[in-house]
Design a protein around this ligand. Structure first.
Ligand code: BGC
Length: 350
C-alpha cells in the first residue's frame, strides 16, 4: 500500500513509499484511510525538527489527524464495516505511569508515551491501518469526511476542559473569551467558546479573506490588533499561536480570576525582554490561572465529537481549504497564505 514517510531528523526526506499491509498484530480493526490533515507538527517533522521512527525502523509514516472507514471489525467491538472512525494519536506508555494507567495518556508522567505519526508509532498517511477497537473513535456518522477535524478539535476540547477546571476553582461566571490565532486550532477553539455561550473575540494578523469570514459566520468578533483593543478584561484567553509576546500580553490583559490556556508550541531560541516582576505581580494580585495543554485523551475526543456534531457542517467544510492527492503530498507540506486546514486524500473520499 502507498504511504507517506519521512526520515525523522532529516529535512526534506518525505516521500511516497510502498509499504507492506499492516500486520494483524496491530489489532483486529482494519481501517481504510480517507484523508489526513496537516498541522504545524507535521511541518516540523517534515522539516527534520521533530519526530521519532518506530523502534527498529529508519522511517516514520507521517500523519496524525485522520478520517477513515472501518473495513473489518470484530462483532463485539461496537464498530461495523463502513463506520467513519478517527484513530487516537497518543497511546499510553508501557510502564504505565499512573496517568496512562487511568487512560489519561495526555498527562503521561514519564514521557514514554507514543504518538502515531509523531513519536515511535507509524502515522495514518497510508492506505490502511490496523488498531484495537479502543484506539479508534466512532464519530457522528453524519459528519463523514469532516471527521478529519476531530483530532484538532480534541486538542481544543481539552484546552476548554482545562480552562474550566482552573476557572471553577472559585465561583466563576465567564462572559468573554479571546482566542489568539485564527488557524484551525483557534477557529475550533472559537467554535467551542460560542457553543458555551461566551462572547468570543478572535485575533489574527490576516486583514481580509477567509479567516475573518469564518469568525463572523460563527457569531464571534474578528480583530487584527492587540488583545487590549479587542476585548476589555477577558475571563478566558486561549492562546493558539505560540508567539512569545502574545503569551505575556495575554497574562497582562486577563480579568481577575481569569484563565489563560496555552496551546501553541513555540519555536525556541528567541528572547524577549519582559518585566518579570510585573508579570508575577499581576498574576498574584489577580488570581490568574495559566495552564498549558497538549494532546487529548478519549474523553476529549468524545467531547470534540459532540462539538463537531452540533456545528454547522458548511462552516466545518470551509475550514478544509486545500485537498491534495497523496501523490502531491509535497505541495501539502508547503504552507500557502490562504491555507486553513490542508488535507491529503489517501483513498476515495466517498
Ligand atoms: C498533536 C498532539 C501531540 C503534539 C505533540 C500535536 O500536533 O495534535 O496530539 O501531542 O503535537 O507531539
Amino acid at each position: 500500500m502507498k504511504a507517506i514517510t519521512v526520515l525523522p531528523g532529516t529535512a526534506g526526506s518525505a516521500r511516497l513509499d510502498e509499504l507492506a499491509e499492516p500486520p494483524e498484530s496491530d489489532g483486529p480493526v482494519l481501517v481504510d484511510v480517507l484523508a489526513v490533515g496537516i498541522c504545524g507538527t507535521d511541518l516540523e517533522i517534515a522539516g527534520g525538527d521533530y519526530g521519532w521512527a518506530p523502534e527498529g525502523h529508519a522511517r516514520l509514516v507521517l500523519g496524525h489527524e485522520s478520517i477513515g472507514r472501518v473495513a473489518e471489525a470484530p462483532a463485539d467491538s461496537g464498530l461495523a464495516a463502513g463506520d467513519y472512525v478517527v484513530g487516537i494519536v497518543r497511546r499510553p506508555d508501557p510502564v504505565p505511569c499512573y496517568s496512562c494507567a487511568k487512560g489519561e495518556w495526555d498527562f503521561c508522567r514519564n514521557g514514554q508515551y507514543t504518538e502515531h505519526g509523531i513519536k515511535s508509532l507509524d502515522g495514518f498517511m497510508r492506505e490502511r491501518y490496523r488498531a484495537t477497537a479502543d484506539a479508534v473513535v466512532r464519530i457522528d456518522q453524519s459528519l463523514g469526511f469532516l471527521g478529519v477535524l476531530l483530532e484538532p478539535t480534541s486538542i481544543v476540547a481539552k484546552a476548554w476542559e482545562q480552562t474550566e477546571l482552573v476557572g471553577n476553582r472559585a465561583a466563576w461566571e465567564p462572559k468573554r473569551a479571546v482566542i489568539t490565532g485564527a488557524g484551525p486550532i483557534g477557529l475550533l477553539a472559537a467554535l467551542i467558546g460560542v457553543q458555551r455561550g461566551l462572547e468570543v473575540h478572535v485575533i489574527d494578523q490576516m486583514t481580509a479573506g477567509l479567516k475573518p469570514d469564518l469568525v463572523a459566520a460563527l457569531g464571534a468578533a474578528y480583530h487584527t490588533g492587540k488583545i487590549e483593543d479587542a476585548c476589555d478584561a477577558p475571563d478566558v484567553i486561549i492562546e493558539c499561536t505560540g508567539a512569545g509576546m502574545l503569551v505575556f500580553d495575554a497574562m497582562d490583559n486577563l480579568a481577575p480570576g481569569g484563565v489563560l490556556c496555552l496551546t501553541g508550541v513555540s519555536p525556541t531560541g528567541r528572547s524577549l525582554s519582559i518585566d518579570a516582576g510585573m508579570v508575577n505581580r499581576g498574576m498574584v494580585l489577580k488570581n490568574e490561572g495559566v495552564v498549558g495543554s497538549v494532546n487529548a485523551n478519549r474523553r476529549h475526543y468524545e467531547a470534540a465529537a459532540e462539538a463537531l456534531a452540533k456545528a454547522d457542517k458548511d462552516w466545518l467544510a470551509k475550514l478544509l481549504t486545500r485537498k491534495v492527492p497523496a501523490e502531491s503530498f509535497a505541495s501539502a507540506l508547503e504552507r500557502q497564505p490562504d491555507d486553513v486546514k490542508v488535507i491529503i486524500e489517501m483513498g476515495n473520499p466517498t
